[in-house]
Design a protein around this ligand. Structure first.
Ligand code: AMP
Ligand code: MG
Length: 335
């Protein structure tokens, strides 16, 4: 499909048309429960090259392939060991990605030449309806320009991708707001390559001692000359234009006192006027729960950039449950 620079906006009832565009080699942005995805037919190497161009994504950062259901596994994976089936049974459909040995039908460009392919079955109704119309798997990274926060609503997806893709399916805001949990199986080990809404606690419970869960590389900066723990992790991620300071709850009041000016925004995990400080000049975003914070994070970062904020002070949540994923994104956004 030739890209004319014109992007069609489709409603959720028009997913059949979106599937047709994908079938013809086009690019379609669509909502999922995690973030908006930028999709192409995963069997079509040329279409997938279009994803890298639209996102300006480095070629060694592989794509997650989305399936309508486990029945499509044989199309994309050579094998799914019993442990993989246990995890898929428990967490699919949902914000869960698993890396399995790829089938020959998956082109090199999708996995950046790796033997494993990352697979996810999303639960969002619009995504499911779209995938159900496709008889092929859909490669879909987040629909943002590389390095920037992922879009979690139509407006953000439109701002990133209008004019760069053939269509955008206008769906609801994303329910989770953080990218999927990614796991890789290695014998009797389950490596968490990226934290997400499927938490370590949930994974441990599902594994019931069948395998050992390995630490994720949470928020660690990887030196450019060392192999990254997972492809893509050495790149800048999730970064707003404003400088973001990620601070522990105990340090938030001090950080705020140092940056009390009109250009500062404050992201805080509690209700009401925080810390008894006069915050009249500061844009304050408060969240009722870690899940709420996760859902709103990228939207807040975008809102801060739109207001021209120069500094964002973001309180780090406790290091458990979804808090681990949120801390990971905040620490990476802080650079
Ligand atoms: P995104 O689709 O933008 O959320 O990014 C997908 C991320 O998934 C990449 O940056 C990698 O870290 C990881 N990933 C995708 N495919 C693979 C793979 N085949 N092996 C290991 N990690 C992968
Ligand atoms: Mg991404």
């Amino acid at each position: 499909m030739t890209r004319s620079g014109t992007t069609v906006i489709l409603s959720p009832s028009e997913v059949g048309r979106a599937a047709e565009i994908l079938r013809c080699g086009g690019l379609v942005v669509f909502p999922t429960e995690t973030v908006y995805g930028l999709g192409a037919n995963a069997f079509d190497a040329t279409a997938c090259a279009g994803i890298f161009a639209a996102k300006q994504r480095p070629a060694d950062n592989p794509l997650i392939v989305h399936l309508a259901g486990v029945s499509q596994l044989p199309l994309v994976a050579r094998q799914a060991v019993p442990l993989a089936r246990v995890l898929l049974q428990r967490f699919a459909p949902g914000p869960f990605t698993i890396i399995l040995p790829r089938s020959q039908a998956i082109p090199d460009i999708v996995t950046a030449g790796l033997d494993g392919v990352a697979l996810r079955i999303p639960s969002n109704q619009v995504a499911r309806a779209l995938l159900a119309h496709c008889e092929f798997p859909v490669a879909a990274p987040s629909a943002n320009r590389s390095g920037r926060p992922s879009p979690t609503d139509f407006e953000a997806a439109f701002a990133h991708m209008n004019g760069r893709v053939d269509a955008i399916v206008r769906g609801p805001d994303c329910e989770i707001g953080l990218e999927s949990t990614i796991v890789r199986l290695n014998g009797s080990y389950v490596e968490v390559l990226r934290e997400g809404a499927v938490t370590r606690e949930m994974l441990s419970e599902a594994l019931q001692g069948r395998a050992t869960l390995l630490e994720a590389h949470q928020g660690t900066a990887v030196a450019p000359d060392q192999p990254p723990p997972a492809p893509g992790t050495r790149y800048r991620h999730y970064q707003p234009h404003a400088r973001l300071l990620a601070v522990e709850a105990a340090e938030a009041a001090t950080a705020l006192q140092q940056h009390r000016d009109a250009g500062t925004a404050f992201l805080v995990l509690r209700r009401g006027e925080p810390y008894g400080l006069p915050l009249t000049d500061t844009a304050v975003f408060t969240f009722d729960s870690v899940e709420h914070y996760a859902r709103e994070l990228y939207r807040c970062l975008r809102a801060c950039d739109q207001r021209g904020c120069t500094t964002i002070i973001a309180e780090l949540p406790p290091n458990d449950g979804v808090g681990r994923a949120l801390r990971d994104r905040l620490l990476r956004a802080a650079g």
